[in-house]
Design a protein around this ligand. Structure first.
Ligand code: XIL
Length: 299
């Protein structure tokens, strides 16, 4: 049985990976995704600098490829990501007034999300908006609009695809323990926004882990999941991919009723954005590593 099949048998929706046209175009890589994973996240093709590098000129070539591949191969899609301070074109960062930035966010979110309405399970509407002390990261979005950019983005996203579950996604939220300032800051902000009617359905925890951090995931994730209707581990990779640590991380999601799935950030170590850390489940020959075997045996 694949880890995706095992996750589904435990009531989860998927066990997934990131991908894009390049990796899907490699037959060996695509075969692994078809066999072992149930969900794909666009690694880069959904980001602002790809989708709207020039104001009002949209490029969906890469994202269309990924979504079409997912539909053909019966895989779920996590949309990633509409509002993020990084991989953001300079024309957006240069905006200084509220009315312009509001209109720009609304058009970007609406255009991207409505294009795939009904085909995407979840969207990372806002990515990495908190700083390590749990406050708002300094970005053009927070500097010009304060926290209102969150409401603006999520309301546009809800209108654009009422069926999609709308996520707020971040890193360093499950690594350091449930009392870490960024974790508690995210929890209190999201709770406040949900209570105020901002249409946030879920929290995504990226989980780009260093060795030794897996033990902190269960309690941190439980605290995050408690304030939203859904949650997920969205970009998992673990330095050196210790099998017991992978099991501990995956089990954290399995054990939380509203954690819907786990996504690892890539298939093969050499294709990882942290390639030198060998953090994934398949080796350079597309063979399963011990961590994959441990997941299948233990979960
Ligand atoms: C990374 C990609 O994997 C790289 O290919 C790219 O050069 C930089 O971005 N948090 C996120 C992801 O939300 O989008 C990032 O992906 C990794 C960190």
């Amino acid at each position: 049985k694949s880890i995706d099949a095992i996750f589904k048998s435990l009531g989860k929706l998927y066990f997934g990976t990131c991908a894009d046209s390049g990796s899907l175009g490699k037959a060996d890589n695509a075969d692994v995704i078809k066999a072992d994973f149930g969900q794909v996240t666009p690694e880069n093709s959904g980001k602002w600098d790809t989708v709207e590098a020039t104001q009002g000129k949209f490029n969906f070539a890469g994202l269309d490829t990924l979504v079409n591949w997912a539909q053909t191969n019966n895989k779920l899609v996590r949309g990633h990501t509409t509002v993020w301070y990084s991989q953001l074109p300079s024309w957006v960062s240069a905006i200084k007034d509220k009315a312009t930035l509001t209109a720009v966010i609304e058009k970007h979110v609406t255009t991207e999300i409505s294009r795939y309405a009904g085909k995407v399970l979840q969207w990372d509407v806002v990515n990495e908006m908190f700083d390590e002390s749990g406050g708002l990261r300094v970005s053009v979005f927070s500097s010009v609009l304060g926290e209102d950019f969150v409401r603006i983005a999520f309301e546009a996203a809800r209108k654009a695809d009422p069926a999609a579950k709308l996520f707020i996604n971040d890193y360093n939220t499950v690594e350091k323990g449930s009392t870490y300032a960024k974790t508690t800051g995210m929890i209190s902000h999201v709770k406040k926004w949900v209570d105020a009617g901002v249409p946030i359905d879920g929290i995504g925890a990226q989980a780009h882990l260093m060795a030794g951090e897996a033990k902190n995931v269960a309690a941190s994730l439980a605290a995050l999941c408690a304030v939203v209707s859904q949650c997920a581990l969205t970009e998992v990779d673990i330095v050196n991919a210790a099998p017991a640590e992978y099991v501990e991380v995956a089990k954290a999601c399995v054990d939380i009723a509203n954690c819907v799935g786990v996504t690892v950030w890539g298939v093969r170590d050499p294709d990882s954005w942290r390639a030198s850390n060998n953090p994934l489940l398949f080796n350079s020959a597309y063979a399963t590593k011990p961590a994959y075997a441990a997941l299948v045996q233990t979960i």
